[in-house]
Design a protein around this ligand. Structure first.
Ligand SMILES: Cc1cc2nc3c(=O)[nH]c(=O)nc-3n(C[C@H](O)[C@H](O)[C@H](O)COP(=O)(O)O)c2cc1C
Length: 212
């Protein structure tokens, strides 16, 4: 098979710019503007974000999760607390989130600390999901090795037949409280815009331009 010429694979970014004149001091507001634009333009799961965690022996791992809520309090997603990510979070509360919206040529990085949402938040979301998804969450021991796929299908059907669809205690939400944001807008000839916001002691945010 012929290897693709990756060294020639490059896209010029020219669809926007991020300049100081239209920056707010509030990164959550800028996130909201960009996220709404991504929902309109990036039809493919604009709420997909990469979550990176670090294990107790300092080894990082990343995976996509879906953003299900956000506010000044933080960014919320749902998962299995006993999964690989859940175990890593248990040992290290520092995580990173990453959004990429290709049609807008934009990336947003968020670094922060993570904790579980309340049981009420987890319940509300769990029971808002289609029953098939609830059943899958109940029977999946996420991130463990299994022998075959068929057993999953059988177990899921058994749970559906039993009508006992209760949120397992090991399934629920996490909320990431940001301590750093970086907004990246692709620009022509690789002179990209990068604006970083760090939280200061006074709890104020300050935008700073980073070299591309
Ligand atoms: C677009 C996309 C969205 C996903 N959203 C979630 C999610 O919201 N929650 C979740 O537990 N897994 C989600 N997954 C699956 C995870 O990427 C991952 O396979 C799973 O959570 C197990 O990760 P872990 O073994 O690192 O804990 C998603 C995968 C993709 C590709």
């Amino acid at each position: 098979m012929k290897k693709p010429e990756l060294s020639n694979l490059r896209k010029n970014y020219n669809s926007g710019e991020l300049n100081e004149s239209n920056l707010t001091n509030d990164p959550f507001k800028l996130f909201e503007i960009w996220f709404n634009e991504a929902l309109l333009n990036d039809k493919q799961e604009a709420n997909a974000m990469v979550l990176s965690t670090v294990s107790e022996n300092q080894s990082p791992s990343s995976r996509f999760v879906l953003l299900k809520d956000y506010s000044e309090k933080g960014f919320v997603f749902f998962t299995n607390y006993n999964s690989k990510k859940g175990k890593e979070i248990e040992g290290n509360k520092y995580v990173a989130l990453l959004f990429f919206w290709p049609s807008l040529e934009r990336q947003v990085r968020i670094e922060g600390t993570i904790k579980k949402t309340s049981a009420k938040v987890s319940d509300e979301y769990f029971y808002s999901r289609p029953v098939e998804s609830q059943a899958s969450a109940i029977i999946s021991k996420q991130s463990t090795v299994i022998n075959n796929y068929n057993n999953l299908v059988i177990k899921k059907q058994q749970i559906l037949n039993s009508n006992f669809l209760k949120r397992p205690r090991n399934w629920g939400g996490y909320i990431v409280t940001p301590i750093l944001f970086e907004f990246w807008q692709g620009r022509i000839n690789r002179l990209h815009d990068r604006i970083q916001y760090k939280v200061k002691k006074s709890k104020c945010w300050k935008p700073e331009r980073l070299s591309p």
